[in-house]
Each structure stands twice: as C-alpha cells, then as structure tokens.
Design a protein around this ligand. Structure first.
Ligand SMILES: NC(=O)c1ccc[n+]([C@@H]2O[C@H](COP(=O)([O-])OP(=O)(O)OC[C@H]3O[C@@H](n4cnc5c(N)ncnc54)[C@H](OP(=O)(O)O)[C@@H]3O)[C@@H](O)[C@H]2O)c1
Length: 300
C-alpha cells in the first residue's frame, strides 16, 4: 500500500448504491469515512454511523457546504444520479463537487462515470458524465475515473431509474423492477451481442484500491466489467441460480413511451461498443460469482 494522506475519505452518495458500496469497502479496510448526505437524520445515515462512519450534511447544490464537508479529507468519492437530476443537473452538481474538492485541497477525487462515457454522445444519461470526465481531466486535481458497466444488481431491481417520487413508491417493488430490467435486456439487445456487466460491490472495491494507491491510480480511467454475456446467457444463468423464469415481456415500445431517457440509453448501448479502456488492477466478480453470492437465493 502506498503512502496516503491521513484523514477520512468524503463519500458522496454514501446513503445510496454506489457510494454505499464505497463507504462499506473503505470501512471494511479500516479506512475512515465521512459520509456526505442531505439527510443526516435518516435511517441510512444512522446505519452509516453504526458502521463507523462520520456523517456530514451537505447538498451538492451548495459548493461552500461541500467544501466544509471535504475539509481535511484524504480523498473524495463523487457520484451523481442522472435519473434524479437529468443531464444539466448532473453536470451542475458534479462540477460543484469538483470545485469544492479543489478549493478544500482534497488530494484525490475518484469519480464514478459510466461505461462508454468518454466523449459526447446524443444520449442524455451518458453525455453529462462525458462532460464531467472532461472537466475532471483539466481541473488540476489528482483523479481516478471508474466507468461501471450495467450493474448485475439491477436484476434484483437495485437501481431505481425513475424520478424521486416514483422511486419512493417503487422501492417496495424492487423485484418488479428487476423483472423489467431482465425484460429490457431480452428485448433490446441482439441475441449474440455481449452485454458488459459489473457487480455494484466492485465499484466499492475498485474505489478502495484507488484511494489506497493514490500514486498508481492518479490519472487512470478504468472500465469496470466483470462479465460480458449475451442477454440469453444472463437469463439462463439467472434462471439456473434462482429457479425463476424471466418473463418474455416485449418491453421495447413501452419503454420508449414511458421512459424515453432510458429507451435512448438502452438503444445506444445495444448498438454501440464502448471504446476500449483499461481494466482496473484488481479482478472483478463474474456474473456466476455474483449469483453464487446471492444468499439466501431470492425466492419467487
Ligand atoms: N444502474 C446501472 O446499471 C448503472 C451503471 C453505471 C452507472 N450508473 C449511474 O449511476 C448513477 C446512480 O448512482 P446510484 O445508483 O449510486 O444512485 P443512488 O443509489 O440513487 O444514490 C444517490 C445518492 O446521491 C445522494 N444525493 C442525491 N442528491 C444529492 C444532493 N443534491 N446533495 C448531496 N447528495 C445527494 C443521495 O444521498 P442523500 O439522499 O442521503 O442526500 C444518495 O446517497 C446514475 O447517474 C447512473 O447513470 C448506473
């Protein structure tokens, strides 16, 4: 392990999916965590405190509040939720994190982007991340970019890619969201087209590696891909592991009508290969390994 600054890593989104995995990985490794949240009194913030994290209140809309939350930090993890913020909000809040990290003198920023978000695209869910990657590269701050592929965890409905009021309602119906995700893979991707997938936990493991090895990880951008499987292979492995038979829902036209931003993203991913980027320096879980860890096996 290389020399890293003392002080906690300030984790944006620690109460959410990716930031939650980053906070958990850092805490497991004995590294101090400062969880940054808008809601320090929430159940998720209380759970983070119990796990050993410090909790700091800040809204990404306010640079000064972020700067205070980052004071004395050994690093900052940055993620924004496009589905809540849309493109302009994602860029605005991502730039705020970058500016606050710069002003606070944080020595390392790890940004979670998305696979293929290396350059401008007509896809709103990708374009803001490409803009943030470009800004990061010229900010004069040591950085590492993680580009996660589709999350394996989405087969369980882990991400809720909806407006906040819909997400709140869907939070109790993750199984349904997982079924819809599998239906989207089946109906949108060509039978023989490999789909890049990664376990959400590996965002945490890779960020931990980056923060623990600041010299080796500075200036690096890694595609996070644990498996590349066709939709049929995903469905086959899912059925073998869980005994659940995915529904053959013809969801394509419905998706275009009810969720155009998601339809746009899926259509792009189904047709364009992400430009090849470097793999991270640690092995990532394959889909079979991830499925084997589902314990107890989801019922249904
Ligand atoms: N699903 C996939 O397959 C996939 C793959 C690659 C990339 N992505 C990208 O992943 C992103 C979503 O990440 P996620 O799933 O980790 O999101 P998430 O679980 O919804 O978490 C969002 C986090 O952001 C925090 N947050 C939201 N607004 C904030 C604000 N104004 N100030 C401070 N904190 C704020 C929330 O904390 P509080 O509510 O506690 O403040 C929450 O912890 C999207 O941009 C998506 O494009 C998804």
């Amino acid at each position: 392990m290389q020399q890293r600054m003392p002080g906690p890593v300030a984790v944006i989104g620690a109460t959410g999916n990716q930031g939650g995995q980053v906070a958990a990985a850092l805490l497991r490794a004995g590294m101090p965590v400062r969880a940054v949240t808008r809601f320090p009194d929430s159940a998720a913030s209380a759970a983070l405190r119990r796990a050993g994290a410090e909790v700091a209140e800040a809204d990404m809309a306010h640079v000064t509040a972020l700067e205070q939350a980052f004071a004395g930090a050994a690093g900052v993890f940055s993620v924004q939720n496009f589905w809540e913020l849309h493109r302009d909000g994602e860029v605005e809040l991502g730039l705020n994190v970058l500016e606050a990290a710069r002003r606070s003198g944080a020595p390392h920023l790890v940004y979670s982007s998305g696979i293929g978000c290396t350059e401008a695209t007509p896809v709103r869910a990708m374009d803001g991340k490409a803009q943030l990657e470009a800004a990061l590269k010229t900010a004069g701050l040591p950085y590492t970019i993680l580009r996660p592929a589709l999350f394996m965890d989405d087969v369980l409905g882990a991400s809720l890619p909806f407006r906040p009021w819909i997400s709140r309602r869907m939070a109790h119906h993750r199984k349904v969201v997982g079924v819809l995700f599998l239906a989207v893979l089946r109906s949108a991707f060509h039978r023989r087209r490999p789909i890049p997938l990664v376990a959400m936990e590996d965002v945490g493991r890779t960020a931990l590696w980056a923060f623990s090895h600041p010299e080796a990880s500075a200036g690096q951008a890694w595609d996070l891909v644990g498996s590349r499987l066709t939709a049929s292979e995903v469905l086959r492995d899912w059925q073998a592991a869980t005994g659940r038979r995915p529904w053959p829902l013809p969801i394509g036209p419905l998706l275009r009508a009810v969720h155009p931003e998601m339809a746009e993203l899926v259509a792009w991913l189904a047709r364009h290969d992400a430009p090849a980027a470097a793999a991270p320096p640690i092995p990532l879980a394959t889909f079979s390994e991830w499925l084997a860890r589902l314990s107890p096996a989801p019922s249904g």
